[in-house]
Ligand binder design. Structure first.
Ligand code: IDP
Ligand code: MG
Length: 153
């Protein structure tokens, strides 16, 4: 089923010049970019994004880290995109993530982890609304959809 997910290229990835590499991986997988904003994220938006983690030991540090430098927020669309992106990200921290995943290939930290991806359809819907109005999500066709999915005979 066609789904959307929120992907955030976090401050450490922007600072480490990995923005293009991460977008490139998602693009080459065949996912469709439907919205993007390069922003200095507000405290209010971070609070909303990480609401489920409020009260955890790392919450304060996570807020500070996410606001520490610009981020690229994006919406990607594809059949099953939420799980696909989560698999491409790998385990939460690079120190545990498998090689071949974005976190596994580009980080070894147990604190910073380069990129966020929504973990369920419900989270995706909630998170996308924090950053994008419905009209900011672009509807368009990719010419290679049939080659990607092989749906039509
Ligand atoms: P996820 O990003 O893989 O879904 P979550 O458990 O949902 O991981 O945690 C959200 C974010 O909170 C992580 O991406 C990471 O930035 C941060 N985080 C999670 N656990 C820790 C921790 O133990 N120490 C510091 N930061 C953490
Ligand atoms: Mg999560």
């Amino acid at each position: 089923m066609t789904e959307r997910t929120l992907v955030v290229i976090k401050p450490d990835a922007v600072q480490r010049h990995l923005t293009g590499e991460i977008i490139s991986r998602l693009e080459r997988k065949g996912l469709k970019l439907v919205a993007a904003k390069f922003i200095q994220i507000s405290e209010q938006s971070v609070r909303r994004l990480y609401m489920p983690h409020k009260g955890k030991s790392f919450y304060r540090g996570l807020m500070k880290f996410t606001c520490s430098s610009p981020v690229l927020v994006m919406v990607w669309e594809a059949d099953g995109v939420i799980e696909i992106v989560r698999k491409m990200l790998g385990a939460t921290f690079g120190c545990d993530a498998q090689p071949g995943t974005i976190r596994g290939d580009f980080g070894c930290s147990g604190r910073y982890n380069l990129v966020h991806g929504s973990d369920s359809p419900k989270s995706a819907e909630r998170e996308i609304r924090i950053f994008f109005r419905p009209g900011e999500i672009i509807k368009y066709e990719l010419a290679d959809t049939n080659w990607l999915y092989g749906k039509k005979d």
